[in-house]
Design a protein around this ligand. Structure first.
Ligand code: ATP
Ligand code: MG
Length: 568
């Protein structure tokens, strides 16, 4: 491609809303343009890399025996109503009506549609296992679209769904996908880690996320450098901390006046005790029912873990009037004693003796409250892990990092097959629900994550496998005939060898051309300058900038070698 003919609208100044590097660079390098909040067009340069990621995904899906198909994006409401997600998706789902007033949505994810399709086409165990996938546009009206294509409202996802006759089959299908994902992210040169994730309301039996380590990641993960344990922060299991209070003798409950006290800090200062001696009681609305959750005063509740425990689809802090109705007290004085609600306490709360809790009476707290003696509750691990916690597997040291979720694999079990009656006939002639898994990769988000991890002050540094073009030839002076002879000659030879090459034929200063080549991140730059008279060119890899002076033949050979080994 001749640079002069390319549709490559680079930008000098990017809008202030582009906060993160990948977003800025994608705009500057003319890869994407914003159309509306969270809605982006891919321009030719961006699309080339996007398609290359899709191809890598396709190759690895093929290697894992997954078959590609393509579902519509406009989806009738019925199957989402059957699964319950027409309601639970809430405002994140883009909804529309046709001219006959029938409800549709723009597909946010396709479990229901794949399940429905398989249900109508497969009857016998002989057709299982089966893994199907598509690479398709998804729509989610995100509450906070941001970071360009990293969290957008329209994005491309590879979504795969596996159908098995039993749990053992699902384990195998899941493992095959996990292996395919590893190969994909390795080929993309990403520094990633795999963490345990929540199975949430889906009621599945296992789930892992593929996380790209990055400061701008919206997820937080913990990893153990000793045993390799990794988990999403909200899901990581916690061991209860030891503290001396555990061994204390149980004292009689006392009601204390604590006027105008609303926070744990105020409370512990007022009562002159440590935050871990108090327990916070938070009232939640879980699928319309009020429940109380308690963690120690120095801990945070993991709403994800709580949702896993409650198996609820939605969880929100209760409104003030709901709290007042339930506890007969203003917000800030709720406690577990004589509370008429389902109560979940964190394991540490159950272990701590002589707790301070709200008295369910405005202006009062109870001290010396003991689980088992003064109240009963379900005990579970519902707190958020901290960096001070030991690894739950090996008690080693944990590290907390920010990360970008690029992929998610999930053992769904029978949630959708039961809801939509996607059954098969087993060896004994019995009807059984299929056991399903689902597997997603955000293609656009992955592209942005690659840029987050591959750049320098001059721009993007593409890994060879997904570079929009592999080589850029830069004749320093387009008016010099000898220079241009070599440039055209190399350009044609490389093209004939199926190398994707740009020839920067613009009559611009060399500095301008070098800057653009660096910005758009082409892995190999071949500069043709003064030494052209001697048949020599400058060969410069984008990543190392270590220039070599080579003959034309050598430069072509070296290019072929680097492109084919994809090690750059
Ligand atoms: P997140 O927690 O970031 O919202 P999610 O749990 O909603 O992600 P999944 O439903 O598991 O995501 O979707 C599969 C993959 O699709 C994610 O791993 C991510 O790479 C991608 N993805 C999800 N939402 C978006 C979005 N708004 N923009 C771009 N990619 C997305
Ligand atoms: Mg989401």
């Amino acid at each position: 491609m001749y640079f002069s003919k390319m549709f490559l609208p680079t930008m000098r100044e990017v809008p202030a809303e582009a906060e993160i590097l990948s977003h800025k660079l994608m705009l500057k390098a003319g890869m994407i343009r914003k159309l509306a909040s969270g809605i982006y067009s891919f321009l030719p340069l961006g699309l080339r890399s996007l398609k290359k990621i899709e191809e890598i995904v396709r190759e690895e899906m093929y290697a894992a025996d997954a078959q590609e198909l393509l579902m519509p994006a406009v989806l009738p409401a019925e199957s989402y109503i059957e699964s319950g997600r027409w309601d639970t998706f809430g405002p994140e789902m883009f909804r529309l009506k046709d001219r006959n007033n029938r409800d549709f949505c723009l597909g946010p994810t396709h479990e229901e549609i794949f399940t429905q399709t398989v249900k109508h086409s497969i009857r016998s165990y002989r057709a299982l296992p089966l893994t199907l996938y598509q690479i398709q546009t998804k729509y989610r009206d995100e509450i906070r679209p941001r970071f360009g294509v990293m969290r957008s409202r329209e994005f491309v996802m590879k979504d795969a769904y596996s159908f098995d006759k039993d749990e053992a089959g699902l384990d195998e299908s899941y493992l095959k996908m996990a292996e395919a994902y590893k190969r994909i992210f390795e080929r993309l040169g990403l520094n990633y880690t795999i963490v345990e994730a929540s199975t949430g309301a889906m009621g599945g039996t296992g789930s892992q996320e593929f996380m790209v380590l990055s400061e701008i990641g919206e997820d937080e993960i913990v990893c153990c450098s000793e045993c390799g344990y990794g988990a999403n922060l909200e899901k990581a299991s916690c061991l209860p901390a030891n503290n001396s209070e555990i061994e204390q003798e149980e004292l009689p409950v006392k009601k204390m006046s604590t006027p105008d006290i609303h926070t744990i800090t105020e409370l512990t200062e007022f009562l002159n005790c440590k935050p871990y001696q108090a327990a916070k009681t938070i009232i939640y609305n879980a699928d319309g029912n009020l429940v109380a959750a308690l963690v120690r005063g120095d801990r945070e509740i993991s709403e994800t873990k709580l949702m896993d425990v409650l198996k609820c689809e939605s969880l929100e802090m209760a409104e003030a009037d709901e709290v007042i109705n339930l506890t007969n007290a203003e917000v800030g004085f709720a406690g577990p004693v004589n509370l008429a609600a389902r109560i979940i306490v964190d394991q540490e709360v159950a272990l701590t003796k002589n707790l301070i809790v709200g008295a369910n009476e405005t202006g009062y707290h109870l001290i010396n409250v003991n689980f088992g003696r003064d109240f009963s509750a379900e005990v579970n691990d519902i707190r958020v892990i901290t960096e001070e916690d030991p690894c739950p597997k090996c008690k080693g040291k944990l590290q907390l990092s920010s990360a970008i979720e690029v992929g998610h694999i999930f053992k769904l079990g029978t949630k959708y097959s039961e809801a939509l009656k996607c059954n098969y006939i087993d060896e004994e002639g019995q009807e059984q629900p299929m056991i399903m898994g689902c597997y997603g990769i955000g293609i656009n988000r992955t592209l942005a994550a690659v840029i987050e991890q591959n750049n320098d002050e001059n721009g993007i540094i593409w890994p060879m496998e997904i570079a929009p073009y592999q080589v850029i030839i830069v004749p320093v002076n387009v008016l010099d005939e000898k220079v241009m002879d070599i440039a055209y000659n190399m350009y044609e030879r490389l093209r004939k060898s199926n190398i994707e090459v740009i020839l920067d034929d613009r009559n611009e200063r060399a500095g301008v051309k070098f800057k653009d080549a660096d910005l758009i991140g082409i892995p190999i730059r071949i500069n043709i300058g003064r030494k052209a008279q001697e048949g020599l060119v400058e060969f410069k890899p984008r990543r190392t900038h270590e220039a070599l002076t080579l003959t034309v033949d050598e430069a072509i050979e070296k290019t072929m070698e680097l492109v084919n080994s994809a090690k750059i």
